[in-house]
Ligand binder design. Structure first.
Ligand SMILES: C[S@@+](CC[C@H](N)C(=O)[O-])C[C@H]1O[C@@H](n2cnc3c(N)ncnc32)[C@H](O)[C@@H]1O
Length: 224
């Protein structure tokens, strides 16, 4: 097979270098991990993470919440993915009960395994191609599986924060709750709950359980 010409390689996402640089100090300079875990404790009932569920955390960063997730779904498994090697190195060093993988969610890769829940915590706005990420997420979900997109602030203050930070994340954008039904409709995913207030963004959506329409959805995804 002919090697791919260097010109055909897509340019590296500048966010990888950005998050690599943030990684060693993220737990001190990013959101306070103790506050994050306290807020997650309060939200626990609404996330509906039950023992036995297999969960994929996309954009796990330094793994601040990965151990918390693993404790909720045990004996189910957590796979925590990030495309920043620096972030993943910090996450792996925590030694929590999860598998850490280097993965860009915007790149299509055949699903080698599927999950009951895919969680994007404080990560979705940074996916450079949100539609490609959602297509890939839908492929990675079991029939009836759920997508959770969670931020401990609303879309408006978060998008304003990204504009202030600037650089590679200056235009990173969390779509407001009202736009998600249209984003997910082509994937046959249904919004179950959408909260977008100043201190919380919580989007819950689900693939249909296996049924005639779900099979049609999966055929549709295979073509997408
Ligand atoms: C704001 S940080 C949040 C990290 C972590 N969830 C937390 O709450 O501390 C966003 C993370 O998303 C990751 N990320 C951005 N785009 C990604 C992509 N296309 N695929 C996988 N991870 C990505 C970044 O590397 C970064 O670690």
């Amino acid at each position: 097979m002919k090697p791919a010409s260097p010109r055909s390689a897509p340019p590296a996402d500048p966010r990888i270098a950005f998050f690599d640089r943030q990684a060693p100090t993220w737990d001190q300079t990013g959101p306070d991990p103790a506050v994050t875990l306290r807020r997650l404790d309060e939200l626990e009932g609404r996330l509906d993470l039950r023992p036995g569920l297999d969960l994929l955390e996309v954009g796990c960063g330094t793994g601040q919440i990965t151990g918390w997730l693993a404790a909720r779904v045990k004996p189910g498994k957590v796979v925590a993915a990030d495309f920043s090697p620096g972030m993943l190195a910090q996450a792996r060093a925590r030694g929590v009960d999860a598998e850490f993988v280097l993965r860009d969610i915007c790149r299509h890769k055949p699903a080698s395994r599927r999950f009951d829940v895919v969680l994007c915590f404080h990560s979705f706005p940074h996916f450079r191609d949100p539609k490609a990420a959602l297509r890939q997420i839908a492929r990675l979900l079991n029939p009836g599986g759920r997508l959770l997109v969670v931020h401990l602030s609303g879309s408006a203050p978060l998008n304003a924060l990204h504009r202030r930070v600037g650089g590679p994340v200056g235009h990173d954008h969390l779509p407001p709750a009202r736009q998600w039904a249209a984003l997910l409709r082509p994937l046959r995913m249904e919004v179950m709950e959408a909260v977008d207030r100043r201190d919380l963004f919580l989007l819950k959506a689900a693939l249909p359980a296996r049924s005639r329409s779900a099979r049609a959805g999966l055929r549709h995804l295979a073509r997408a």
